[in-house]
Design a protein around this ligand. Sequence first.
Ligand code: KIV
Ligand code: NA
Length: 255
Amino acid sequence: MAVTTSKLIEWKQQKRAIVTLTAWDYPIARLLDRAGIDIILVGDSLAMTALGYPTTLPITLEAMIHHAAAVSRGVKQALVVCDLPFLSYQESVSQAINSAGRMLKEAGVQGVKLEGGYPAMIETISRLTEIGIPVMGHIGLTPQSVHRLGYRQQGKTPSDAQRLIEEALALEKAGVFALVLEHIPANLAATITDKLTIPTIGIGAGEDCDGQVLVTADILGLTEKAPPFAKVYANLSETITKAVVEFAKDVRGNE
Ligand code: KIV
Ligand code: NA
């Protein structure tokens, strides 16, 4: 049975952890799907991990659609969600509807993720969910705001923690089907998780979220520097280097 957004809420109630990973192309998506990953996120982190940009800001909607379409072609079971990239949804509600709509129509994804829980974003997300576009929220450290926030942990002061709790509740009310909590204190993530009916998916937010997400390139050892909260499960950099050095040796022989 393919994963649906309503399944996710059931899983939260049953305390069945929701496993999420990012993908950026067809072969990675196919492997994650066959391994039984629940949500495959075409995260705009691919701008950094797959395309070599210094932040997520430069990637365009066209480029994200291109990657999301490839991921969708590789997935049969998982729920495929794609990030809307920086400035493809913040300008106006109609810009967001257009970008999200293109993602569903042209890339074949089942949902979109938008960063932020401030009032204008709540309004945008309400409109998207109203017209039937499934939306995943994302608060805490929001990398599209890196020039304002840096990559620092969020929600550390009582007032910032309170703001994040209120944003989470507003996002649930706006109709998001799940909420990513990035790099916030574990006790704050636990509080938010408790208050919501929809599942929380944590990244650097402790163990008490309803699910966890990591950047696949980080856990496979493909990035130069993974964040401290990303456990590295394989060293593909080493595996690939060994393989290509071997190939080079074979081609060059013993000259
Ligand atoms: O872009 C991304 O990979 C993400 C996840 C880490 C949540 O937004
Ligand atoms: Na992202």
